[in-house]
Design a binder for this molecule. Structure first.
Ligand SMILES: [Zn+2]
Length: 290
């Protein structure tokens, strides 16, 4: 029933995936350990996401500075979550672009710094990052879009695409049509369990949209680079969850009963498999609101 593949080993650091286009990967892609990217053009650096702990963002900036001294022009936040936006302040001088719902979610979220002040550490934050988070000032996007936005860097075109609520309410796909490369943010988790805070049925539809796109390489929000095969592995899991949870919901079962009843087979071997419970809870909210 299930397709399970163990995560292949990959290194933390920049990888040139296209002409002057880099993915910045972080092993092992677990809670708070996300990927980013950057495009080097003659006159500027365009950055995709900014990581979470200041130490991660500093390392990311250092590796970009090894490659180019050009000023930061734009920073795209693929979504609101702190492991993609906490580092915004360290991409100095960049105009920050995001979906309008991403900015709204960032405005409403309690910053990890504020939580830190109350000494109330969320379980997914590693101890080593906790003190560092005092040095984080949340910097909001200054430019937002609603459906699609197009940017040019020299002759390189970049498309920002939004297809409705999925991982969050304000996810952005960052697409390089010429090189057929797609940065998905957390619309893709590879070799690990995806986490849904938005709308899983619509997320499955977005996977179908991506499958129809002219894409050769996908850089997920967490995990190694991959392609449509890895995306389909994730989609298969989410389709299964939507169907199973919907049945439990229709039968009047509680979330706890659904959690016990649904056997995810080999997918339980995925890293962060504890997200199963959170995904069921999110699906219940989605079905309740329909
Ligand atoms: Zn996320």
């Amino acid at each position: 029933m299930t397709t399970y593949r163990p995560m292949p080993r990959f290194e933390t650091g920049p990888v040139e995936v296209g002409n002057n286009l880099f993915a910045y990967l972080q092993w092992n892609g677990g809670w708070g350990i996300s990927n980013a990217g950057f495009l080097v053009s003659d006159s500027s650096l365009m950055v995709i996401d900014a990581l979470m702990a200041p130490s991660m963002a500093h390392e990311f900036v250092r590796s970009m500075r090894d490659i180019s001294n050009a000023p930061f022009s734009h920073l795209i936040n693929t979504h609101s979550h702190p492991d993609h936006t906490n580092g915004n302040q360290f991409i100095e001088g960049a105009e920050i672009i995001a979906h309008e719902n991403c900015r709204d979610e960032m405005l409403q979220a309690k910053s990890l710094k504020a939580i830190n002040g109350r000494g109330d550490k969320p379980g997914w934050i590693q101890d080593a990052w906790w003190n560092e988070l005092e040095n984080v000032d949340i910097v909001l996007p200054t430019t937002t879009y609603s459906e699609k936005m197009s940017l040019m860097y020299g002759s390189t075109e970049v498309e920002l695409l939004h297809y409705g609520p999925a991982h969050t309410l304000g996810d952005t796909l960052v697409y390089f049509p010429e090189s057929k490369i797609l940065f998905t943010g957390d619309l893709a988790f590879f070799y690990a369990m995806p986490l849904c805070r938005g709308n899983m049925p619509n997320w499955v539809k977005i996977c179908e949209i991506i499958d129809d796109m002219d894409v050769d390489l996908i850089i997920p929000g967490h995990g190694p680079t991959g392609g449509k095969r890895e995306l389909q592995d994730m989609q298969e899991f989410m389709q299964f969850m939507v169907k199973e949870v919907q049945e439990c919901f229709k039968n009047g079962m509680s979330e706890e009963e659904a959690d016990k009843a649904i056997d995810i087979g080999d997918w339980a071997k995925w890293p962060e498999a504890e997200r199963k419970t959170m995904n069921i809870s999110n699906l219940y909210s989605t079905f309740q609101s329909q």
